[in-house]
Design a protein around this ligand. Structure first.
Ligand code: TMP
Length: 215
């Protein structure tokens, strides 16, 4: 299931706001490490010093920006992320678990903001150097439920403050991508945390065969 660009699995978690991606990534990372794998956990936007700076601009609720500016900043953070962190880690034989990747731009800036989907995909291809996730786990839940979870946590960022109709288009954008690509698995993120953890494991398990002990 790996591709020439990904000598080891590159697994991406996607989903609307409040889906529990970071919790589930930590569960999966712990499980893989227990099995002896070398795992890098990272996120978008971020994962590198320039990417973290770009993240703080993108999420700042005080800033307003055009959808094009927003997308190009996500793409800039992604270009740096792939070149300086993700590709080197994969080439060094590490498993990479990433909280969001190019598909978030398709969902948020394409479906959500209404940018030309062909342009979004083209820029993504340059930003990622054509790197595709080995598998993508979509943690899906209704936009309103996710936003309620986020609001209960406290202060919200610029994207979380966008209106419900925007977040519903984003969710739809994720569901459509999942339906179009066999490398995606959509999971119900409204289930209890432990159930989602097991669903994630069942989805990715075939990528990590148990080593056969020497006879
Ligand atoms: P996070 O809350 O999952 O850490 O993601 C940061 C926010 O950035 C979240 O609201 C989703 C948004 N986002 C985009 O709009 N486009 C993108 O390409 C990425 C990676 C994230």
């Amino acid at each position: 299931m790996t591709t020439p660009e990904t000598p080891t699995p590159f697994l991406v978690f996607e989903g609307p706001e409040g889906a529990g991606k970071s919790t589930q990534i930590e569960h999966l990372a712990a499980r893989l490490r227990e099995r002896g794998h070398d795992v890098l956990v990272t996120r978008e936007p971020g994962g590198t010093p320039p990417g973290d700076r770009i993240r703080s601009v993108l999420l700042d609720p005080e800033l307003d920006m055009a959808p094009e500016t927003e997308f190009l900043l996500y793409a800039a953070a992604r270009a740096e992320h792939v070149r300086s962190l993700i590709a080197p880690a994969l080439n060094a034989g590490r498993i990479v678990l990433c909280d969001r990747f190019a598909a978030s731009s398709v969902a948020y800036q394409g479906y959500g903001r209404g940018l030309d989907p062909t342009w979004v995909r083209d820029v993504n291809t340059h930003a990622t150097q054509g790197l595709h996730p080995t598998a993508t786990l979509l943690l899906d839940l209704p936009a309103a439920e996710g936003l309620a979870r986020v609001a209960a946590r406290g202060a919200t960022d610029r994207l979380e403050r966008a209106d419900l109709a925007f977040h519903e288009r984003v969710r739809d954008g994720f569901l459509r991508q999942a339906a179009e690509d066999a490398r995606w698995t959509a999971l119900d993120a409204r289930q209890p945390e432990d159930t989602v953890r097991e669903d994630v494991w069942q989805a990715v398990r075939p990528l990590f065969p148990t080593p056969v002990p020497p006879s």
